[in-house]
Design a protein. Structure first.
Ligand SMILES: NC(=O)c1ccc[n+]([C@@H]2O[C@H](COP(=O)([O-])OP(=O)(O)OC[C@H]3O[C@@H](n4cnc5c(N)ncnc54)[C@H](O)[C@@H]3O)[C@@H](O)[C@H]2O)c1
Ligand SMILES: O=C[C@H](O)CS(=O)(=O)O
Length: 484
């Protein structure tokens, strides 16, 4: 049993229309570090979800009719409660997802930062007054909430990926139906417990745990009462949802797969680049969408960088996320582990060499040694596919043009990173990288104040920042005639 200050935060029922409901059907949630069952969570079916959508639809008008200041005040209270209960939320998150407790706490604070940010933005959803095109015309542009938002999120950030969506949606007056990943529903349900305490009116925020992702996704995409689908997950599933939503012209926000290049130029601060690579590659055991998936190192510093990185990686501690000092937790499941092994064996078969790691960890289960691989080339799978594990493949390059061409040789375009002290090179490379986000001399770029999102097949839309509310708003143009 989890040791919580407030055991009520370990909620296993669904949250619909301000009520905690059970269906008599459940699915189990397991701790990936131990394999132990944490809880049995209520499983909602399509009919249950359709009812949740109805309740969210019914709640739209009254929630949108509140002032931005009123909605912001409720979000601010939610933010305060999340902070007050951050330790418990982090414990729940580590238990169901496996990341080290310190990272889980960081995620809770990161997710909360979006609630705080949009509690403030709620008061600033400004429209426009446009000079009339004729003497008697006056033109006004309103920004209005799109309506009911259906949300589907992944297991790797089970708190922050919902917070990054629900905060702007509620801030502008939308209502929200959240389907968390079946592997990690408890964090979402704990958010609902606190949202209820914060005063979110019934029907405004609904959490619909379910084991049948496909069936629930189809309902969210097909139901005409749902105005928008906001999704974070793989590009594969994002394409399915976009296709399914087309029948009702669903608005979509897509935060999809990544394949981030991490480039180290000869003029880089190599020690700083090693530190940046450690966080960009091994955060969440490499299970983040913005993880460095490919590391390109210019020939002049290749040996120094690979030796220094390998030494640091070999010292990373692997274990249960609840253990002090653990840096690398378990992968989420056996399928994730198999993918890591497949990428690694492909690289080795094509000539790559293991500098450190390369094996399943002695702890067994889904623990894997943090790994550095050298002599990697573009024929290997890691060039084109997202590994989503603690593997750092090092490619050597000669010229800037070669590095940029390699970096852009992917269907993905979420994040990219590079280290250089040459300001002209910084601008050249940053402008040429085909990504939505670029880290320059840093390996950690995610913040609520900046627009998070990708290009190419990494998605559409942006989350966070002054741009983040736009995805949940419609423009209405009003033309006033006969003004004399
Ligand atoms: N761009 C971002 O912000 C971001 C953030 C986190 C993760 N990701 C990406 O997500 C992937 C890892 O997460 P994942 O394995 O959970 O991804 P996934 O796409 O397999 O699953 C994401 C969510 O979609 C659900 N789902 C699966 N199939 C579905 C279907 N047919 N219809 C409706 N829902 C369905 C899953 O149950 C889960 O809740 C990686 O590709 C990663 O890059 C992107
Ligand atoms: O993996 C998905 C998250 O978006 C990563 S981050 O915490 O936002 O960097």
């Amino acid at each position: 049993m989890l040791k919580l200050n407030d055991p009520a935060l370990l909620e296993t029922r669904a949250y619909v229309n301000g009520e905690w409901i059970e269906t008599g059907r459940t699915f189990a949630v397991f701790n990936p570090a131990t394999g132990d069952k944490i809880a049995d969570v209520t499983d909602l079916g399509v009919d249950d979800v359709s009812r949740a959508i109805d309740k969210a639809y019914d709640a739209r008008a009254s929630w949108a009719a509140k002032t931005g200041k009123e909605r912001g005040a409720v979000l601010r209270k939610w933010f305060d409660l999340i902070l007050e209960n951050a330790d418990d939320l982090a414990t729940i998150l580590t238990a169901e997802m496996g990341k080290p407790l310190a990272e889980a706490k960081g995620e809770i604070l990161y997710g909360a930062s979006y609630v705080e940010w949009f509690a403030e933005e709620a008061k600033r959803i400004y429209g426009d007054v446009i000079p009339g095109h004729q003497p008697d015309k006056r033109i006004v542009v309103l920004k209005q909430p799109v309506g009911v938002v259906g949300s589907i999120t992944p297991w790797n950030f089970p708190n922050a990926m919902i917070a990054r969506k629900v905060a702007p949606a509620l801030a502008v007056g939308c209502t929200f139906v959240a389907r968390p990943a079946e592997l990690t529903p408890l964090s979402a349900l704990a958010m609902a417990v606190l949202g209820e305490r914060a005063g979110l009116p019934q029907g405004v925020f609904n959490v619909i745990p379910s084991i049948d992702a496909s069936a629930i996704g189809k309902e969210l995409c097909a139901n005409p009462k749902v105005a928008k689908i906001t999704f974070t997950g793989s590009t594969r599933v994002g394409k399915i949802l976009m296709e399914q939503g087309a029948a009702t012209i669903k608005k979509v926000s897509m935060e999809l797969g990544g394949n981030a290049p991490f480039i180290v130029f000869d003029d880089a601060d190599v020690d700083a680049a090693v530190e940046g690579a450690l966080i960009a590659k091994y955060r969440n055991a490499g299970q983040t969408c913005v993880c460095a998936n490919r590391i390109y190192v210019q020939s002049g510093v290749y040996k120094e960088f690979s030796e220094k990185l390998s030494k640091r990686v070999a010292a990373l501690s692997v274990g249960d996320g609840f253990q002090d000092g653990v840096a690398i937790g378990p992968l989420i499941n056996e399928a994730a582990l198999s993918k890591v092994e497949a990428h690694l064996s492909d690289a080795i078969a094509k000539g790559a060499r293991i500098a450190t790691g390369g094996q399943r960890h002695a702890l067994g289960g889904t623990f894997f040694q943090p790994t550095v691989v050298t002599d990697v080339n573009r024929s290997m799978i890691v060039q084109h596919e997202e590994t989503f594990g603690p593997i750092a493949p090092l490619f050597e390059f000669e010229t800037e043009d070669e590095a940029v061409e390699l970096a852009n040789d992917t269907e993905f375009g979420l994040a990219g990173y590079f280290y250089s002290k040459d300001i002209s090179r910084v601008w050249r490379v940053a402008e040429r990288l085909e990504t939505g986000m670029v880290g320059i001399n840093t390996g950690l770029i995610s913040t609520e104040v900046a627009p998070f999102g990708g290009v190419k097949q990494s998605g559409q839309g942006r989350e966070g920042s002054k741009y983040g509310a736009d995805d949940y708003l419609e423009l209405k143009y009003m033309c006033f005639g006969e003004i004399h």
